[in-house]
Write a protein that binds this ligand. Structure first.
Ligand code: HEC
Ligand code: HEC
Ligand code: HEC
Ligand code: HEC
Ligand code: HEC
Length: 401
């Protein structure tokens, strides 16, 4: 049930998004900035085919493949390769879309492998019965890659030149005809076409993925801190998020307060520029338990507090059951009585892929026929989701005298 919701919402959303964000921004652009603007249709989905590249370009310049970019932009390639954008054509993704019609699969690909050329290659793999084989998927396999963000009609687009801040078209005699540089690459709107679903599909007023609106309301946005500032520091192409313990830690402050009758664990969103967590898929649990003389947990004393957003289908409509996510500067508190115990352990559990694991993959593994390629992919995704869980702020407190 809930899986279908995501599919419907996501599929319907795609066309509308570019319109909402890019129209707004263009009309409010500062005087003069129209000189070096990203074309309005940069993120109009579905992306159009690049068309034939200039004949005089070398094979390397003509290629849309990230491995080709790597020949001249090695550092960016090495960073991107470790990111989830490079893994967006994942087993959990392919294991689902290979069972869809082409039209529906293409809708999903608008955020996971957005180039027209990627859709063509994936369709071609399917015609050979090789949807599930990465080497047969061609350009589709590279997921959300360099060309998806930087190339339209074979033309390169990028941010202002690093040292001079120059914008506009560089010398077209340079490799791949130079580059068109624009401040639009430095703005949060650049991420919106894939990280913000439209208001039309909101549940209890909030779209399932509402990251850009959450950011707009944040103190960080008021200070001019963009998505790129936190997720691409020094323009690094790493995009660390909920799957990365250090990144998650960087956004939170954990405090412990020891009173004679109670111990308290307070968690505050001090550095996440949107809700923690932003999406409906992760689940976070604050945990506390008293320890016995041997240091073993005493289960009857355990306390926990869940931080996430839960939606579901009941009585013929979609409902939000709870939303305990922490907006910027918000805190959650967990208290536990000392009783006659001397030590209490407190920690934070992070389940980055909880929703996919419990609501999507577990069902699909049973639904799909045993031994089929799609079942093997979903099994792989289920294993990876389970392996992605981690613990932060693990602390043992001593009872005060
Ligand atoms: C043959 C070497 C070569 C290849 C291959 C190449 N580039 Fe470039 N790229 C350059 C050079 C040189 C510049 C600087 C151009 C300029 O300043 O006019 C550049 C600039 C850029 C910029 C702007 C960077 C900045 O400093 O602002 C982007 C973005 C870019 N390339 C993307 C790509 C992508 C994406 C690919 C692969 C599809 C690619 N390039 C393949 C050589 C290459
Ligand atoms: C073409 C669509 C697209 C664009 C544009 C895009 N993203 Fe993403 N992003 C995705 C997809 C899809 C994933 C999930 C990949 C996966 O795990 O399969 C993702 C994952 C991420 C993650 C990791 C989330 C996690 O679970 O840890 C971060 C962080 C992120 N993106 C930030 C950004 C930022 C910042 C921008 C703008 C500079 C941006 N993205 C632009 C599609 C996009
Ligand atoms: C509007 C953009 C968008 C569309 C369209 C979209 N996704 Fe995603 N998807 C994302 C983003 C962004 C993430 C990462 C969420 C996060 O961590 O914040 C993601 C994550 C996922 C993941 C978990 C990460 C992984 O790759 O294993 C799966 C599975 C997935 N999407 C499947 C689908 C399917 C199936 C469809 C089509 C029904 C679809 N997506 C359509 C943006 C999109
Ligand atoms: C999800 C979108 C996205 C993807 C995928 C992506 N980039 Fe970028 N890239 C950006 C953005 C946004 C910036 C500007 C960041 C900023 O200004 O903070 C940028 C900046 C750059 C720059 C300029 C760096 C500098 O130091 O001035 C180069 C070069 C570049 N990208 C190359 C690549 C290459 C090569 C790949 C693939 C290996 C790639 N990009 C993948 C969005 C993307
Ligand atoms: C002030 C720093 C900061 C800003 C600004 C920021 N983020 Fe994040 N983001 C984080 C931190 C820290 C995490 C890890 C904790 C978490 O998952 O909430 C994160 C997590 C994420 C995730 C993982 C999924 C999830 O459910 O949390 C995505 C996707 C993401 N950010 C996208 C964006 C986009 C898109 C923007 C701009 C609209 C943005 N972020 C702005 C710091 C920031």
């Amino acid at each position: 049930m809930s899986r279908n919701l995501i599919i419907i919402l996501i599929t319907c959303s795609v066309i509308l998004i570019a319109a909402t964000f890019f129209t707004d921004r263009t009309s409010s652009a500062a005087p003069g900035s129209e000189i070096a603007k990203l074309p309005e249709n940069h993120w109009s989905q579905p992306l159009k085919s690049q068309g034939p590249p200039p004949q005089e370009w070398s094979e390397l310049e003509q290629s849309l493949h990230p491995e080709s970019c790597a020949q001249c932009h090695e550092e960016k390639y090495n960073e991107w390769k470790t990111s989830l954008h490079a893994q967006a054509f994942s087993p959990g993704f392919v294991g689902q879309i290979m069972t869809y019609t082409t039209e529906r699969a293409n809708n999903c690909m608008e955020c996971h492998a957005p180039l027209a050329e990627q859709k063509q290659d994936f369709e071609a793999a399917g015609k050979q019965g090789e949807f599930h084989i990465p080497t047969a998927q061609g350009l589709a396999a590279v997921g959300n890659s360099c060309a998806g963000c930087h190339i339209r009609e074979n033309k390169r687009f990028g941010p202002p030149k690093r040292d001079s801040g120059a914008t506009g078209q560089s010398d077209t005699d340079n490799p791949h005809g130079g580059v068109f540089r624009t401040v639009d690459f430095e703005k949060s709107d650049f991420c919106a076409s894939c990280h913000q679903f439209p208001q039309e599909y909101a549940i209890n007023g909030k779209p399932l993925e509402n990251t850009v609106f959450e950011w707009q309301a944040s103190p960080q946005a008021a200070q001019g801190i963009s998505c790129q500032n936190c997720h691409m520091p020094d323009r690094k192409h790493l995009w660390r998020g909920i799957h990365d313990p250090d990144m998650v830690k960087s956004g939170l402050t954990a405090e412990y307060d020891v009173k004679t009758n109670k111990a308290r664990f307070t968690l505050t969103n001090t550095g996440v520029g949107h809700a923690f967590p932003s999406y409906i898929t992760p689940k976070v649990i604050m945990q506390a338990v008293a320890l016995d003389q041997q240091g073993q947990p005493k289960p009857e004393t355990a306390r926990s507090y869940i931080i996430n957003r839960e939606v579901g289908y009941a009585g013929g409509r979609w409902l939000e059951y709870s939303d305990t996510r922490l907006l910027p500067d918000e805190s959650a508190t967990l208290e536990i009585d000392w009783g006659d115990n001397d030590r209490i352990r407190m920690w934070l559990e992070i389940y980055p892929d909880e929703y996919y694991e419990k609501e999507v993959y577990t069902d699909l593994v049973k639904e799909y026929s045993p031994g089929s390629p799609e079942q093997a992919l979903i099994q792989k995704a289920l294993d990876a989701a389970q392996a992605s869980n981690f613990i932060l702020f693990d602390t043992t407190l001593e009872k005060p005298e």
